[in-house]
Ligand binder design. Sequence first.
Ligand code: BGC
Length: 840
Amino acid sequence: MTAVDEADLRSRVARLSLEQKVRLLTGADFWALFPEPDAGLRRVVTSDGPAGVRGETWDERDTSANVPSPTALAATWDCDRVEAVGRLLAGEARRKGVDVLLAPTVNLHRTPFGGRHFECFSEDPLLTARIGVAYVRGLQESGVAATVKHFICNDSETERMSVDVRVDERTLRELYLAPFEAIVLQAGAWAAMASYNQVNGSTMTESPLLRAILHDEWGYDGLVMSDWTATRATEPAARAALDLAMPGPAERFGPWGDALVEAVRAGHVDEALIDDKVLRILRLASRVGGLDDIGPASGGLGPAAAGGQASSVVPPGASRVPVAPPAVDIPAELRATAAASFVLARNEGSVLPLDRASLGLVAVIGPNAEMARTLGGGSATVFPPYTVSPLDGLRAAGLDVAFAPGTLGHLRTGAARAPWLLRPDGSGPGAEVRFFSPSGELVGSEQRDAAVFRWMNGFEAVGAPGEIARLEISCVIRATEAGVYQLGVSGLGQFRLLADGAVVFDETLVMREDADVAETLMAPPQRLASLDLAAGQSVAVRLEHDVRSSPMAGFGTFLQLNLEVPHGSDDEEMDAAVSLAAASDVAVVVVGTTAEVESEGFDRVSLALPGRQDELVRRVAAANPRTVVVVNSGAPVLMPWAGDVAAVLLTWFGGQEFGNALADVLLGDAEPGGRLPTTWPVSEEGLPSSQPSDGVLRYTEGLFIGYRGYDRDGREPLFPFGHGHGYTSWSYESITVPPDASGVCVCMTVRNTGTRPGREVVQVYASRPDSSVERPAKWLAGFAAVDADPGETVNVGILLPERVFQHWAEGGWALEAGTFTVSAGSSSASLPLTAEVTVK
Ligand code: BGC
C-alpha cells in the first residue's frame, strides 16, 4: 500500500465525529457493517463460510454452491485445487452481495471429539497452513475478504463461550498459531476473527495476544472482528486490538456504542485506538470495493490527489477494482474436488475400481445412501440448490442398483419434504407462512418450497415489517402409503399443531439450560405426534407459533416442521438389506453421521457410528465378501469392522456433487485422490479430551497431537496420517538433498509401477534424532502431488522452509544446528526414502 493510499484512508477517518467512528465499530445488523456516507463507506456484508457462501438469508430461496467440507479440501493435499475453490467461493460471494467470507476455519484437529472438526482442515499445522493460504489467495485475488478464524485455540466446542484454554507458549507457537501466521504473512488475510474462549486467563476479544502477535510481530494491517457476541466488556475490548464487535446493532448486542463514546470522553480509552480501528474497517472496505469517491477533504489527501479513483486503497498484488472471478462450471468443479478428497483407506484384493463391463447388481445400503450428507452443522450450513446422494449418483451412472436403508442413522426426525409436503393451495411442495402483528393483524405472508424456517435479521427482509408476534405455517401432508406418520416441530417456545382443524398438541418447548447458542438454534427440542394415515390421504396441517415466547427471539427465529414416514422395524430393515447384499454382485454400504452429530455448539461424546450401523456393516460383509464401505462423516468415526470388509472409502461431507463424485471413484473414472489430513483412531483411548474441568481445558498433550502423539506413545492408529491408496502403485526410488544456498530442497524420484495413470502425494517428514530439545519423533515438512503414466518416472523437488527446522525457545524461534533426517514416502507410516541434512 502506498503512502498516498494510507493518507486517503486517514483523511476519511479524520472527517468523522467520535460518535460516527464508534458507530462503525459494531455491526449494523446480524451480518453487515454500518455504512458511513461521510467516509464514502458503503454497507459491507459478511457471511459464513466455509462450505459455501450463505448470504444474508438462510433458507431454500437463496441457495449456495455447497463445496466439500474443509477437512475434505485438506484431504486433497492440492493447493491449486483449493485455490480454485477459493475463486469459486468468491464468485458465489459476489453473486450474493457478500464482501467478507467468514472463513477459513484454521483451528486444529486437536481431538476427533471436537464438534467442528469437519470445519477445520487438519491436525497438522503445516498442512493446515498450506491449504489455508491457498483458500485465502483464491478468495482475495477476486476481491472478497477472507476471515481467518477462530483466533485462537477454539479447537473444541464444550463451554466454548467461557472455557479457559491453558497452553504453553511453545505449543501455541508451533501448533495453534502457525496456520494463522502463515496465512497472515503469506496470503495477507484481510480479516481475522477473535474466538469466544479464553487463552491462559484472557478472553480472546480482550487478549493482549491480538496486538502483541497480530499487529506487533506479524505487522498485520487487517481487521479483527469478534466472533458473534464474543465482545463482552466495553473498555478491555476497546483497548485490545479488536476492531469490530459482531453482530449489531450495539443497542441490541453491545457492549460498545454509547458506552464506548463515554469511555473515550472520560479518558478511559484513547481516541487514537478508535481511529486505528476505523482505519482498519475502511482499509477492509477499500480492499473489497466498499469505498466510494468522496472528493478531497480539508487537511487530508483526498481521492483526487490519489489519482481520482474510487477505491483507491488497494493491497499489494490486488487490482484497484475487485476483479470478477472467472466463470466456473460449478457442478464439474465440485464433483472433481469431492473425488480428489476421497481417501481409499483399504482396498483388499483390489475390489475397487469396479469393472463396469462385468458388474452385476449393485446393492446400495445404509442410512446415508439415500440422504446425502453434504455438510456439517452450525453456522457453516448452507442451502445447496440440490444434493446428489450416493444412490442418485450410482443410478445416474447407469448401474443396475437396488437400495435398502438397513437401519436409520439419524437421532432426530428430519424436516418434512416432498413428495409428502405440499403447499395448502397444492401449487407445489412447501408451505405457506403468515405473519401476524401483536394486535393480531395479518401483516405478510410467503410461499415456501421447504419446511425449514430461519429468520435472523428480524422479519423485514421477508416482507413482514414491524413487530411480529405470531406465525402460522400451513401445509398439506399427503400419505404415499398407509401407516403411521410422525409429524411435529422442532423449535423453542410455544407451538400449537392442528391437523384437519383438530389440535394435536399445544406446548412450550424448552432447551436444556447449559446448551450453547448454536445448538439451541440449530438442534432445538422436537415434539412429534403420530398420525395414522391411509394411502393417498391428505391432512391439512397448521402450526402456530408465539414468536415472543422463544427465549432466543432476540437472536432469531428458527423452526422446522418435521415428518417421519412409515418404515419397517430396524430388524426388518436390516434383514432386507442383508438379503439384498447376498443376492448382489457387490454391496456398497454408506454409513456416517449427520449434521446433528457433527456440529458447531457441542462436541461429540462418542466416536462410534450412530445407531446400529456397525452391526449393519458386519452383517452385510458376512453376506457378501465384495462389500465396499463408504464413510460419509466429516471427522473420524470408529470402524471396528474395518479389517473385515473389502474396501473402505472415506468421503467426508462431500458437498452437493457427493454422489456423482462417488460414482466416478467407485467406477475408476476418477482417482480417489485424498490422503488423510488427520489420523484415524482405532479407539477412543489416548485421545486428548475436549472436556474442561472447572472451566479450564488444559492442552496437557502439548506438541503431541495427532500422529505426533501416536508416535510418542507407541500407539497404532487405524489409518495413519497421510495414508490413502490410489488405483496404481508407486515405487520411491531415490532421494538427494543437494546443497542449495536458497534453502533445503529435497529431490526425489518416484515411479508409477502400476497399469493405470495415477496421482501420488509425495510427503516429506523431518526428524531430529538425538536432539537436546523435546520434539515429536517426526513432523510434516513438505509435500507435493505428482501425476504419472504407467511406468513413468517423475522427479519431484520439495523446498523445505526454514521454519521446518526451527523450534520456539525462550521467546523466539531457535535453530538447533546439526543434522536432521528427512524421510519421504506415501504416508507418515510409510517412508522408504531417507536422507540427512545439516543445518547451521
Ligand atoms: C461461529 C462463527 C461464525 C459466526 C457467525 C459463530 O457462532 O463461531 O464461526 O462465523 O457464528 O455465524
